[in-house]
Design a protein around this ligand. Structure first.
Ligand code: BGC
Ligand code: BGC
Length: 860
């Protein structure tokens, strides 16, 4: 046994060496099925269903089959297109909505889904009855995109509740609201086991603990779909679930979104895959493939994991859907064509804007024999099987216009009192009490309460990402009718008892309060925009800390309510608080917080803290490390920790140094530093209109105009000159107006490797949807500044005001881009937005052509 294990380990090492040694080569990784779990799928096929599917399949043309395998986004397809192309599925992505109006009514959503379903079912004279459509959406914490829906806490908060039954009820309530709008399918739950909370999607994960994820994933699936084997399964108030993202999304290096997971196969099987088999046992029929790679091979190209392990060993017989244009990251693919993904085992490609070409290309690939007919049949069989299991074939074409009275009755479930009560219960149970000195909590509702902090009266902030739109940074309280802010909940509790609650974001007061509740934390984000370099809560901005310290100094007890998508290093804020509550991203029912913080008017304690940490809370600004056996290292508060009103604990003063290793200690404004693109920024390489997110050490733009390689020495970019190639750094939109006015600069430290053969431009860009109408790149011709001898290090430093007018500097999503159509090679060792003070020593504030290219020392 022992020797056998050793053998496996050695084999794995060799396999992993081979895997990384040939990035970009055809993805042949060796896996060991015996290491993996198996499932007993909860959804059982019947002979009648199989016969039905086979018969239908035999009547379908190749064109019809291929169309079933492609999913478009509603922003890029009309019902008329759908009637013609008969795609198998459409989705409403993070920024999509009826008529492009993110504030559409639920009725508008219902009208839209009806129009698409009718188009799919319109009989266009085929050899068989029309095939119903699957309409998908990201209902990841309730039906979050639809105004007025119930918004539940994000998964991280549900993980803290440790209440499996509650998770099931949330799934059922969510499905009811989704189904009411005519939507069949949600891209949830995420079953990632997150091992580095610097990842911007940590809040979509229940826990770092695989056992908890394995316990909660099936509950959410059963809630959404109903219990398999019962009459309730996929009934009219349920929706299809998706388990995502297969596999290793929570295990990427440094927690970088879409990055490389370097785990061993055993870790992948036992940690990252923990949720899959239990969720499949519970009836899950759709798995979403992940953006990330495993040991250098993109999941969308991994036959070993998608086919050999998931469909083979685990026994999954539903279908695999790709992620949003994730196929374009597979070497040799573009978003328009990717036979490698189909061959690897993706059954339905998410081709939001690229669907037309995808359909054409798939057809050509089957005709040329590049994709065997049998693979197409297998994929379509799986898709039809899921449609049949979901009862879609008994759907009849809806009238394009519904009956307004009936529609209103149907849509009344959105945000109804029963669902909001479940959400409020979830908020109460998700709160984790980290500190409570001098029995500061529970609070007396007869008191004079000051409510402070930026997040106190902001339902958008407490809801987090994937709310109304993808990044959710443009929402106001008015966008959440029927929901309650944390302040509103406190005000109601206190006023009911005869106390007073005053709101002041800055923590100001005229009459000294008895206590201050300070609500602060992270603003909303989604996906890579939420990645971080370190877990330090708020580097360079001590606003909340100062509020806490000022109130404390005035002799006012302070209660911190911390809003965050993950555990963060908050030692200073903890020291400045008498009580500290981790509230995660509670969603629309902010009143659940007052429920637990306050006693009832009669002095009794209605609710105690029951939430316990689903993640280790870090003692420094770096994530808690896991050893090879999966055991978490030293934490400030271990996984599972949480105080309540019965436990007293004296918290000693905590060290106030974040202890950040040099590699991650980038100066403020860094975009590239110490051999890596700093979080939350991401690097893209593009030619013409196809671009690729760079997540591996070496990558090329789809048509090969530009290749980059990233090493400790810097970011080396090679433009071949064959066509226009573009390098782009993008991430969270930042407001650079005041920095620009004060003289801030974009600075590049570079070494010329090969002088440019054509014009090179440097750009700064404002992206949609921030810049309405179109993305704008402001380009400067820097060719003259680059006329330097190869081999020497130089610094190019350009005042930001050279790039754009004030308005376009208000939300810069692309702080740096570089493009040329000619051959050109350069190594960049540092790219940074340098604040005015630090830039002051750099020469004049002139703009190019007279750009400053100062000669200086090479980097260490
Ligand atoms: C995300 C998925 C999501 C999909 C559709 C992707 O970018 O990774 O989780 O379901 O978009 O919105
Ligand atoms: C879409 C999301 C998607 C994301 C991927 C957004 O524009 O709306 O659904 O997840 O792009 O990058």
């Amino acid at each position: 046994m022992h020797r056998f294990r050793r053998f496996i380990l050695i084999a794995l090492c060799i396999a992993s060496m081979l895997g990384t040694a040939t990035p970009g080569a055809r993805a042949t990784q060796t896996v060991h099925p015996a290491l993996w779990p198996t499932s007993v799928p909860g959804f059982t096929r019947t002979p009648a269903m199989d016969q039905f599917v086979e018969r239908l399949l035999s009547q379908m043309s190749l064109e019809e089959k291929v169309a079933q395998m492609v999913q478009a986004d509603i922003a890029f397809i009309t019902p008329a297109d759908l009637q013609r192309y008969k795609l198998g599925s459409i989705l409403a992505g993070g920024n999509a909505a009826p008529d492009n109006d993110l504030r559409s009514t639920a009725q508008a959503w219902l009208n839209l889904t009806r129009a698409f379903h009718a188009a799919a079912l319109a009989d266009t004279g085929g050899a068989h009855p029309p095939i119903p459509l699957l309409f998908g959406i990201d209902a990841v914490h309730g039906h979050g995109k639809v105004i007025g829906a119930t918004i539940f806490p994000h998964n991280v908060g549900l993980g803290a509740t440790h209440d499996a039954g509650l998770i099931r009820r949330i799934g059922a309530a969510t499905a009811e609201e989704v189904a009411a709008t005519g939507i069949d399918w949600t891209f949830a739950p995420t079953v990632a086991v997150v091992r580095d909370p610097r990842w911007g999607r940590s809040y979509e994960s229940y826990s770092e603990n695989p056992l908890l994820v394995a316990r909660y994933a099936p509950e959410m699936v059963i809630g959404l779909q109903g219990a398999p084997g019962t009459g309730d399964f996929l009934g009219p108030t349920h929706t299809l679930a998706t388990i995502k993202h297969f596999l290793g999304d929570g295990g990427t290096r440094f927690g970088r979104d879409q990055g490389d997971t370097q785990a061993t196969e055993a870790e992948l099987a036992h940690v990252h895959a923990a949720g899959y088999a239990p969720a499949i046992d519970a009836g899950a029929m759709i798995v979403m493939a992940s953006y990330n790679s495993w040991q250098g091979v993109k999941m969308h190209a991994s036959h070993a994991l998608l086919t050999d392990i998931l469909k083979g060993r685990i026994g999954f017989d539903g279908f695999v859907v790709g992620d949003w244009n994730a196929q374009e990251q597979v070497p040799g693919c573009t978003k328009y064509r990717c036979p490698a993904a189909i061959l690897a085992g993706v059954d339905m490609v998410m081709a939001p804007d690229s669907w037309r070409q995808m359909v054409e290309n798939l057809l050509a690939e089957v005709r040329s024999g590049e994709i065997p007919q049998a693979r197409i049949d297998d994929a379509v069989r799986r898709i039809l099987r899921v449609k049949a299991a979901a009862g879609l074939f008994s759907r009849t074409a809806p009238p394009t216009q519904g009956d307004p009275v009936r529609d209103a009755a149907r849509l009344a479930v959105l945000g109804d009192a029963a669902h909001r009560a479940i959400a409020r219960e979830a908020v109460r149970e998700s709160l984790v009490l980290l500190k409570n000195e001098h029995a500061t909590l529970p609070l007396d509702p007869h008191a004079r309460v000051l409510v402070a902090g930026k997040a106190a009266d902001d339902i958008g902030v407490q809801s987090g990402g994937w709310s109304i739109d993808w990044q959710a940074i443009h929402n106001s309280n008015a966008d959440f009718p029927g929901a309650t802010s944390i302040y509103a909940g406190i005000a109601a509790a206190v006023t009911r008892a005869g106390g007073t609650a005053a709101l002041s974001e800055a923590g100001d007061f005229t009459v000294k309060p008895d206590v201050a509740v300070v609500v602060f934390g992270e603003g909303p984000y989604a996906e890579f925009q939420g990645d971080r370099e370190t877990l330090e809560f708020s580097p360079g901005d001590a606003t909340n800390l100062e509020i806490l310290r000022r109130l404390r100094a005035a002799g006012i007890p302070t209660v911190s309510v911390f809003i965050s998508g993950r555990p963060l290093w908050v030692n200073r804020e903890l020291n400045a608080s008498d009580a500290f509550v981790a509230a995660w991203l509670p969603g629309g029912e902010g009143a659940g917080i007052a429920d637990v913080l306050f006693k009832a008017a009669d002095g009794s304690v209605p609710f105690d803290f029951v939430g316990r940490l689903p993640f280790s809370w870090p003692a420094t600004a770096m994530p808690v490390a896991f050893d090879a056996a999966g055991k978490a290292g030293d934490a400030l508060f271990a996984n599972g920790f949480g105080l309540d009103y019965r436990t007293a604990m004296v918290t000693k003063a905590l060290p106030e140094e974040p202890r950040i290793p040099a590699y991650f200690d980038a100066p403020r404004g860094s975009l590239f530093y110490a051999g890596h693109v700093t979080a939350p920024w991401s690097l893209f390489v593009a030619d013409d209109d196809a671009e690729v997110h760079v997540t591996l050490p070496r990558q090329s733009s789809p048509a090969g105009a530009l290749g980059v390689s990233i090493t400790a020495g810097g970011l080396r970019a090679d433009w071949t000159g064959a066509r226009l190639g573009k390098l782009r750094i993008t991430g969270r939109a930042v407001d650079l107006r005041s920095a620009a006015a004060q003289g801030a600069r974009l600075s590049l430290r570079y070494r010329m490797e090969r002088a440019p053969a054509a014009t090179v431009t440097l750009g700064l860009g404002c992206d949609e949807p921030i810049c309405k109408g179109a993305s704008r790149d402001h380009l400067l011709d820097i060719t003259n500044a680059l006329r330097v001898a190869p081999g020497t290090w130089r610094t190019l430093s350009i005042p930001l005001h050279c790039f754009a007018e004030d308005a376009d500097l208000g939300s810069v999503a692309v702080p740096m881009s570089m493009e040329t159509g000619g051959a050109f090679q350069v190594t960049l060792s540092a790219i940074r937005l340098v604040p005015a003070a630090a830039a002051a020593s750099a020469a004049s504030a002139e703009c190019p052509g007279s750009v400053v290219a100062a000669l200086s020392r090479p980097p260490p």
